[in-house]
Design a protein around this ligand. Structure first.
Ligand code: HEC
Length: 137
């Protein structure tokens, strides 16, 4: 990994961390138990995404692959698909497809392609969360 890419990845990590800190406070204010367990479930995405970033920075393709698989799996769970807004389903499909491409890049040990897919993945996180905010979810 060259220095520019390492810097880019660190920057990306920082941007993502900052964004999540901001979005966490404004999404889903309700405290009913249902929504709480769903939020815990949703929070798992963050762990998987962090694992992927760790894999990218340490050149651990196993971490990248398993993180991508977990993101893919989460989009197939029932709790995930409990929303039937058209845009939610569409962004969800896109997230799944990006996760699949990320996994392939990991399997080919292509760090640069994986970094780009990771970037795309975080954009999908943003897309849906901004959509949810607009829809006053
Ligand atoms: C297709 C829509 C969608 C996508 C894509 C998406 N999320 Fe979410 N996310 C949600 C929903 C819905 C919730 C639950 C909001 C609630 O119930 O409070 C949520 C909640 C969260 C929470 C918990 C927020 C809190 O208030 O505790 C985190 C953290 C999170 N998502 C991170 C991510 C990350 C990281 C990604 C990208 C890998 C991502 N999300 C992609 C729909 C999405």
């Amino acid at each position: 990994m060259n220095r520019r890419m390492g810097f880019g990845l660190c920057l990306l990590g920082l941007v993502l961390a900052g964004w999540l800190a901001l979005s966490g406070s404004s999404i889903g204010q309700e405290q009913d138990p249902d929504s709480l367990s769903r939020r815990d479930f949703m929070r798992m995405k963050l762990n998987y995404t962090q694992n992927i970033l760790e894999g990218l920075t340490t050149r651990d393709f196993g971490l990248i692959i398993s993180g991508a698989e977990e993101v893919e799996r989460i989009t197939q769970a029932e709790a995930w698909n409990s929303n039937d807004f058209a845009d939610y389903q569409k962004i969800s499909e896109e997230l799944r497809s990006v996760a699949q491409h990320l996994k392939k890049a990991g399997q080919k040990s292509n760090l640069e392609a994986a970094a780009l897919r990771y970037f795309e993945l975080t954009m999908k996180c943003m897309d849906c969360h901004q959509y949810l905010r607009k829809a006053d979810f």
